[in-house]
Design a protein around this ligand. Structure first.
Ligand code: FAD
Length: 527
């Protein structure tokens, strides 16, 4: 019976989908693909009975994530279909003396952050409602937190709109990235994804539903943005949109000298908007012909080869490349686009002859990592453990970091992309919870490594991560972890700094005093 109702719902939903995609409906209408859940009554009792409603495979799945390092089995998994489901689960946990609740977006954390050992994993994947508002001062999308960014992109493009700020990979949930920051090559212009949110609907750890924004309950609003899921479960977010371009000119520019690479990146992010690029990231690769770690991974299409004879004899163990993009519309002439490209490249000091360019659709560009996902799935690399390390390094220390870490420790490659690009602090609101270094410019350094079959073990890679953190510590580099993961009590306090930690703790006491939420972050424990 439950499933019959669900199927009818799906038909109604499909009909509403058509209305929305025709751009007629501007009010918020969720059209979640409701799951067949015969067991909704079980929400009334989250005791051991709850276990009977989920199969072992579901708890097993909820104990895993993209990182593959932690494996913490929950007592139960609840598929949330509505705001009410979230409220009921949080209130039930609050009324018990031990249960915790971890919202699970798409489970792409790397260190168990969306897991809840012996607690409840609240799977958000059915909450995918999307409604676009095209009119008004600024267009926006109201989106349920379980939706993926790819879903938002597809829905927005149907009416010629798009979010402004992205992550490299789009199969991440709204709730998951807004709990961290959400950064990519657009961050230098528009700030991280958390700087592009106008309003949130949140269920706090007390089970209260609160709509918050910069004007209303601002403490909760800024706390939740980058708040690692500690203050509430985001049920819905309002995200700023802009006109979407049709196409993207996507380029890679190669450097052998770190100083040139660094200077050009900093020039790009600090140039006036109309003279600079729409997207920029930087990468380091090994100066070798290794297909995963070396220069063969730089060209943008398989039919273009990398002429290694152009690498200067003075080059060290690493090469670097800047990846930039120019958005344009199909109506722009190639001649004017080529001129615009030339102008933007003119002041950059990359190795002449070692630049690569391709024109693709806007979607192909934004969804570029999906192509790699398909290849990685085929080779088994996607399912291998991913002991990633993401750091924010102050600009004043990036040269030292290159010398002591990139060139010394990582000179043989990391078995995946190695990101090195600068961000502007003034694009981050200091009231948000994400911690960034105290300098106007800081670099993201992302070691997106995987423990491939036949390569170093996950234990070895984790040891190497610790070794890198120790180098930063002993050299006084004052780095901050992005997507942070700590094991010891005092480390979180250090991460936030004394004032930041006091604020974070105060917010926790106010919105989740029993420490029910997001136990997998290992910041507070329910005792
Ligand atoms: P989950 O892993 O499901 O959850 C992450 C945390 O958020 C957990 O603590 C969880 O409890 C909490 N949470 C989830 N949903 C909610 C909610 N609705 N309300 C409150 N808390 C919630 N990050 C970037 O910034 N830029 C990138 O370019 C980028 N690229 C990536 C590429 C890949 C292939 C992968 C695997 C990750 C990437 N990340 C990137 C990291 C990613 O943003 C985070 O790991 C993010 O948390 C993953 O989203 P998710 O939906 O899988 O979250």
């Amino acid at each position: 019976m439950g499933c019959l109702v669900t199927r009818l719902l799906v038909l109604v939903i499909a009909f509403m989908d058509r209305i929305i995609t025709n751009g007629k409906l501007s009010d918020y209408i969720p059209w979640s693909s409701a799951l067949c859940k015969e067991d909704s009554d079980s929400l009334s009792g989250l005791g051991p009975k709850m276990n009977e409603t989920v199969s072992m495979s579901e708890t097993k799945r909820a104990a895993r994530d993209f990182g593959g390092v932690y494996n913490q089995k929950p007592a139960s998994v609840v598929y949330s279909e509505s705001l009410d489901d979230i409220v009921r689960v949080v209130r039930k946990a609050a009324s018990s003396d031990h249960l915790t609740v971890a919202a699970r977006g798409n489970g792409h954390s790397t260190y168990g952050q969306a897991q809840a050992l012996n607690g409840i994993v609240l799977d958000m994947s059915a909450m995918k409602g999307i409604a676009i508002q095209e009119e008004g001062v600024f267009p926006y999308v109201d989106v349920e937190a379980g939706a993926l960014w790819i879903d938002v992109l597809r829905a927005a493009l149907k009416v010629g709109l798009s979010p402004r700020s992205w992550t490299d990979y789009l199969f991440l949930s709204i709730g998951g990235t807004l709990s961290n920051a959400g950064i990519s090559g657009q961050t230098f212009r528009f700030g991280p994804q958390i700087s592009n949110v106008a309003q949130l609907e949140v269920v706090t750890g007390k089970g209260e539903v609160m709509t918050c924004s910069p004007q209303r309950h601002e403490e909760l609003f800024y706390g939740v943005l980058g708040g690692l899921g500690q203050f509430g479960i985001i049920s819905k977010a309002r995200i700023v949109l802009q006109r979407a371009p049709d196409k993207t000119r996507w380029m890679r520019l190669v450097y052998s000298d770190f100083e040139d690479f660094r200077r050009d990146q900093e020039l790009i992010i600090s140039s006036p908007e109309h003279t600079t690029f729409d997207y920029m990231e930087g990468f380091a690769v090994v100066n070798s012909n290794d297909h995963v770690n070396g220069w063969p991974s730089i060209p943008l299409s398989p039919d273009v080869t990398f002429d290694s004879t152009l690498i200067p004899a003075t080059a060290g163990p690493l090469l670097y490349f800047i990846e930039v993009a120019i958005y344009y519309n199909a109506t722009q002439s190639m001649a004017s686009l080529n001129k615009q490209t030339e102008r933007k490249l003119a002041s950059l000091n990359f190795i002449k002859g070692l630049s690569f360019s391709t024109d693709v659709t806007y979607v192909e560009f934004l969804n570029r990592v999906y192509r790699e996902e398909i290849a990685a799935r085929a080779s088994g690399a996607w399912d291998a453990p991913h002991p990633w390390l993401n750091l924010f390094v102050p600009k004043s220390k990036i040269v030292e970091f290159n010398d002591k870490v990139l060139k010394e420790v990582l000179a043989y490659g990391i078995g995946g992309p190695l990101l090195v690009y600068p961000l502007l602090k003034n694009k981050w609101d200091s009231r948000m919870s994400t911690v960034v270094p105290d300098e106007d410019v800081f670099y993201l350094v992302g070691l997106l490594r995987s423990s491939r079959h036949g390569g170093p073990s996950v234990e070895r890679l984790l040891e190497e991560n610790d070794h890198i953190l120790r180098i930063c510590e002993t050299s006084g580099m004052d780095i901050k972890q992005y997507l942070p993961h700590y094991k010891m009590d005092g480390e979180w306090r250090k991460h936030f700094g004394t004032t930041g930690w006091d604020r974070f703790k105060r917010r926790k006491e106010r919105y989740d005093p029993l420490a029910i939420l997001a136990p997998g972050q290992r910041i507070f424990s329910r005792s």
